[in-house]
Write a protein that binds this ligand. Structure first.
Ligand code: SAJ
Length: 417
């Protein structure tokens, strides 16, 4: 059977490779020429897929990548895994529309389409279905099957991978659900059928909104605890000893990435559009998390002030620019926002992040290697993204002052968020 995966990013490429493992002939469609070239040369740019997997799939003649949808002709199953960003705070479904319009003419009777992109409840049936029916001249589910299955890929997580992470699946009718369930059972260990695409769409938004709201909770708690003179990190460690009913989150300089800062706004947008209500939890969490970079600046300014050092002209060494540790992704990175603001305030900002390759540092920010000399000659070291590769002991020993937003350092010269 022929499987087409539209979008060969950190979600689509693992799906394509699992499809090859399961015996499908797979075509990976991507609009990015550079990606298609790399893939057809047997190279992976996705953290969780190694070159050899792509090379083997090519060698067996069971995989090819293309920018041309003609390569998708006669597909049996098509998975759509394209980005769903925000545009001025509202869902931007242009990539879903583009994929839908392009794949629709290639739908043959009895084929199956599954949307995996994170989106608001209703998208599959209200938005994608009409595009596919119009473009194919067929009706669903009589002519083709359609459903939704949210992605739960966590790049770099070696414990939970595509094949062993439970996969929620749905269909617009029971036959679509059966077809889609049967497909996923060939590539993942646990399949969790739900009664409608809207349930599956909402489930995904719930998962990430839950995380976003709880991070906002500990972020706001960290602000109050510090003002009360209470060590919030110790309190969180103590609370984490509760073996049931508590889930550990930690404060930080804000929430980055392309999931957490985005997905909750899909939910609040859907509630406002549908009911005219504000989803206050989500909006409050957005406000708190978006306010953390500025909170970091305020705390740092007060700490420097206590050392008779204005921010202007101070020599700052920042550790970490990526949005989360041990990764190089800078999308929506709060660390970069902090770096930019400090530079605007006239600080001399030098940033170290070995994961961020070939990065066009924001203006007036110098990329450096973290070293004894850099620490010694700084007025302050600011820990923003706590990559495990940084030498925190050295920083503690030789830095005049450390502002630590990730609880990696101890000592009389250390202040934590
Ligand atoms: N963060 C905190 N405190 C925390 C946890 C995270 O400040 O306690 C910050 C991180 O520094 C980062 C941001 O939040 O800036 C997002 O971190 P994340 O660990 O949630 O990483 P993501 O963005 O890669 O989230 C992904 C999501 N996966 C999918 O959407 C499929 C999310 O659902 C996962 O729960 C998360 O990975 C995970 O568990 O690692």
């Amino acid at each position: 059977e022929k499987l087409v995966v539209v979008g060969q990013g950190y979600v689509g490429l693992p799906l394509a490779m699992r499809g090859v493992d399961a015996g499908f002939d797979v075509v990976g469609i991507d609009v990015d020429e550079w990606r298609v070239k790399r893939l057809n040369a047997g190279e992976s740019y996705v953290e969780d897929i190694v070159d050899d997997q792509v090379k083997a799939a090519l060698r067996w003649g069971r995989y090819m990548a293309s920018t041309d949808y003609a390569a998708a002709k006669d597909f049996d199953i098509c998975l759509i895994t394209v980005p769903t960003p925000l545009l001025e705070g509202a869902p931007d479904l242009r990539h879903i529309a583009s994929a839908g319009h392009s794949i629709a003419p290639l739908i043959k009777r009895g084929s199956t389409v599954v949307l995996e992109s994170t989106t608001y409840p209703g998208t599959t049936e209200e938005y994608l279905l009409p595009i596919l029916e119009k473009g194919s001249g067929l009706r669903a589910p009589e002519g083709f099957f359609l459903g939704y299955s949210p992605e739960r890929i966590d790049p770099g997580n070696s414990r939970w991978r595509l094949e062993n992470t439970p996969k929620v699946v749905s269909g617009i009718d029971e036959y679509s659900l059966k077809k889609i369930e049967t497909f996923y059972r060939q590539i993942v260990r646990d399949v969790v059928p739900v009664s409608s695409p809207q349930v599956a769409e909402l489930c995904k938004l719930l998962e990430n909104t839950f995380r976003h709201v709880n991070i906002a909770l500990v972020n706001e708690l960290s602000i109050f605890a510090q003002q009360l003179g209470i060590d919030v990190w110790e309190a969180i460690d103590a609370a984490s000893t509760k073996p049931f009913g508590f889930m550990r989150f930690t404060p930080g300089p804000g929430v980055g990435g392309h999931c957490l800062p985005i997905d909750p706004s899909y939910l609040s947008w859907a509630v406002k559009r549908g009911l005219g209500h504000n989803f206050r939890f989500v909006e409050l969490a957005n406000d708190i998390n978006r306010g953390m970079p500025e909170h970091v600046i305020r705390r740092l300014a007060m700490a420097l002030n206590r050392r008779a050092k204005p921010i202007k002209g101070s020599r700052l060494v920042l550790l970490g620019l990526a949005y989360k540790k041990n990764a190089g992704d800078c999308r929506e990175s709060p660390s970069i926002e902090v770096a930019r603001s400090l530079s605007k305030l006239g600080a001399r900002v030098r940033a170290a992040d070995p994961y961020v390759k070939g990065f066009l540092a924001p203006p007036n920010i110098e990329l450096i290697e973290a070293s004894r000399q850099e620490f010694e000659q700084s007025d302050a070291v600011v820990i923003l993204t706590d990559h495990d590769c940084f030498d925190y002991e050295l920083a503690e020993q030789v830095s005049p002052f450390i502002f630590d937003t990730r609880n990696r350092c101890r000592g009389p010269n250390v202040e934590r968020i």
